[in-house]
Design a protein around this ligand. Sequence first.
Ligand code: AOF
Ligand code: ZN
Length: 331
Amino acid sequence: MKQVLRLASLGRGFTGANPLVGCVVIKNDTLIGSGYHAYFGGAHAEVMAISKIKESDLADSTVYCNLEPCTSWPEKKTPPCAELLLNKKIKRIVIAHQDPRPQINGRSIERLRNNGIQVDVGLLSSQAAWMNRSYLKWIATGIPYVRLKFAQSLDGKLHPTPLTRKQISGPESQTLVQHLRARSQAIIIGGNTERIDSPKLTVRLEKFLTNPHFVQPKRLVLSNSKIKLQSPTELGVWLKNLGEQGISSVLVEAGPFWQQEFLSQNLFDETLAIISPKFLGPGLGIVLKNEHSEGNFSSFDYHTWKRLGADIVLQGIKLKGNPCLQELLNI
Ligand code: AOF
Ligand code: ZN
């Protein structure tokens, strides 16, 4: 299953709203096939792993996959993997966890078992669920997984005042941001960031640009002239709309105003604070606006930090808004 998770992660940045999925096929203790879901709309991991194996070799083999194989539904892009596994006379299937998508949600497991296939569920389930935490949150709640990313100086400022363009974080942190963008389907900024920085918000890493299946994240600007909310309190409803449009994860690269709205309204799953060893002097930092928001900080369920060049990145993750993950991680 470790190998399955490694394979699955190769799809990171390319699978859009779909989960990361890997698959290996084992027969007589030998790996006879492997594959992963490489891009949104492309073949599923099981198909990739199985397609090159002879029928006679497949009989009585064991398939390892991090996710429950899919069923079919009207707007689905590829054929159902559960039927493929049934037709190929696989003996045993080992999966990390169920696919909570309402059209699947245990149905494939039941169907495979009813047809005499041994299905074992739960191997490395927490690692697998962690890897797909944005997919699981979006499927369970309909709301995209929200990452807040902000770079701040040692004196806690995101922007100098008067507002001017200023690069706070170093090049290593910029590379991290590129990866964060690649795994998000939309990047959100506010009108001030648009006006001062006018960032392109694109992914520019070779790895992504050279892959014809890579799709740049949508650029969403919360401002009077672009996406106009009647009031910041509409943020939650707007996010839910994004989820309904098939956006499963967003990266917020806005300045202090919108960052604090997401924080104060408890509309986030993860924060990435990039802290740089420099002082900005007069400037704007994040000021939380209500009592409720103070509680958010103690409600991080996981945190870690990493050194990137001269900067440190402090990552906090909330798991409690993520019912599937909560269940799978048993918290
Ligand atoms: C699997 N194996 O490799 C993946 C699965 O539109 P489609 O046909 O690509 O189906 C997408 C859905 O299938 C996705 O939302 C998720 O429920 C499941 N993903 N399932 O058996 C895979 N990527
Ligand atoms: Zn499938």
